[in-house]
Design a protein around this ligand. Structure first.
Ligand SMILES: NC(=O)c1ccc[n+]([C@@H]2O[C@H](COP(=O)([O-])OP(=O)(O)OC[C@H]3O[C@@H](n4cnc5c(N)ncnc54)[C@H](O)[C@@H]3O)[C@@H](O)[C@H]2O)c1
Ligand SMILES: [Zn+2]
Length: 367
């Protein structure tokens, strides 16, 4: 049997640098990758109930067969588990597992698990090694890379957390096969985002290959995850703490987050909100950053071709929408910031967008 070498993307952060491995069959060979990364023989897998039922037993067995012992802790699936209550519950279960400072935490699941388990890893014994094993497209291209971890408060999302970079990321593209189609498409919004803000050639490639990637054809989906990780890794290497450049990753998120807040985080997936937010931000970019109208059209067509919404529903009304943007934690002193496109592949951060601009664009995006 031949083993195909996985794709390897290095995130350069000095002594905290790490590899992202991308490909098929990575879970089966996880033990070898853990050893190569210098991780110890004892750890804990943290997951959610859905992912546990799909992947936990074979993963634990594959690790055990190579002398790596893991405990297993699961929380209920869903965003409401990204809470201090669940973090507390998990932390209180760790002492009985006999972990020491050299042990690792393996986060196996989507972004919810990655953020929650990452927070636990970042705080228990003042920080244990973290292995991210993302199993949703969103987690493979976004949340597992970059070191942001945390939980929500009733007052808002991601209000409590720490930066804690993983020691290794294993993005096994086989796991995407069990993902509900709607979740897969939602993850694609972030994929399109990377092309739009950073790489016009990748954007043009997506225009040709999105259907193949959504069918999870191995070459296409591997290329998607790899290119997105390269871009996120490059951005994070330059601006780990989001004092500047990293902000461009919020393209489509200013309006997107506001819509999620108004929808009370129910019924609307994050990627769907970002898709609509990117369409609106592209229209703002035509007005305020000189994006050619034809390029805004291409972005909207790619979003539609991925089965994502491009039009804001009637329920997102001004001024409530603008007020929600002002309350977002990324707004600075009540000043709403927008990521705009100069052209496909090149983004800038602007404070110059007015409430009247947003009003006009929201009106244009209705229907
Ligand atoms: N840390 C960051 O930089 C960052 C970036 C973006 C998003 N996030 C966070 O990520 C979270 C959203 O992540 P998400 O969209 O992955 O949601 P999620 O983790 O809730 O997963 C979505 C659903 O898919 C299920 N699932 C996961 N993998 C599966 C698989 N392979 N097969 C079948 N079902 C599977 C989960 O059980 C869940 O029901 C949010 O909390 C968001 O704040 C963090
Ligand atoms: Zn996002």
């Amino acid at each position: 049997m031949t083993t195909v070498e996985p794709n390897r993307v290095r995130v350069s952060l000095g002594e905290r640098s790490y590899d992202i491995l991308i490909g098929s069959g990575l879970l089966t060979r996880a033990a070898a990758h853990l050893k190569q990364a210098g991780l110890s023989r004892r750890g804990v897998i943290i997951t959610d109930a859905t992912v546990e039922s799909l992947y936990a037993a074979p993963l634990q067995a594959a690790l055990h067969a190579h002398g790596i012992t893991t405990g297993l802790l699961a929380v209920p699936a869903g965003e409401s588990s990204k809470s201090l209550r669940q973090a507390h519950r998990l932390l209180e279960q760790l002492p009985a597992l006999g972990l020491d400072r050299k042990s690792f935490v393996m986060a196996v699941g989507g972004g919810m698990v990655g953020d929650l388990a990452g927070f636990v890893a970042g705080t228990y014994l003042r920080g244990l090694a973290l292995v991210q094993v993302p199993t949703t497209l969103l987690a493979q291209v976004d949340s597992s890379v970059g070191g942001k971890t945390g939980v929500n408060l009733p007052q808002g999302k991601n209000l409590v957390g720490v930066f804690h970079q993983p020691r290794l990321v294993l993005a096994d593209t086989d796991t995407l096969r069990s993902l509900p189609e709607r979740e897969l498409r939602a993850g694609f919004a972030e994929v399109i985002k990377y092309g739009a803000i950073y790489d016009a050639d990748f954007f043009a490639w997506l225009e040709r290959e999105t259907a193949a990637a959504l069918r999870l054809e191995p070459a296409a989906i591997t290329r998607v995850v790899r290119r997105c990780c390269e871009i996120k890794g490059a951005v994070v290497s330059q601006d780990e703490r989001e004092s500047g450049l990293r902000g461009i990753l919020n393209f489509g998120h200013t309006i997107g987050h506001a819509m999620e807040a108004l929808a009370d985080y129910t019924g609307l997936l994050h990627g769907e909100a970002v898709a609509m937010g990117m369409c609106a931000a592209a229209k703002l970019s035509v007005k305020r950053a000189g994006l050619p109208a034809g390029e805004a059209g291409r972005l909207e067509r790619l979003i539609a071709a991925s089965g994502l919404p491009t039009r804001l529903g009637q329920k997102y009304e001004m001024p409530a929408l603008f007020e929600a943007m002002r309350l977002d934690k990324k707004a600075q002193a009540g000043q709403v910031r927008f990521v705009l496109l100069k052209r496909l592949g090149e983004a800038l951060i602007s404070d110059a967008v007015t409430e009247a601009d947003v009003q006009e664009v929201v009106h244009e995006c209705r229907g």
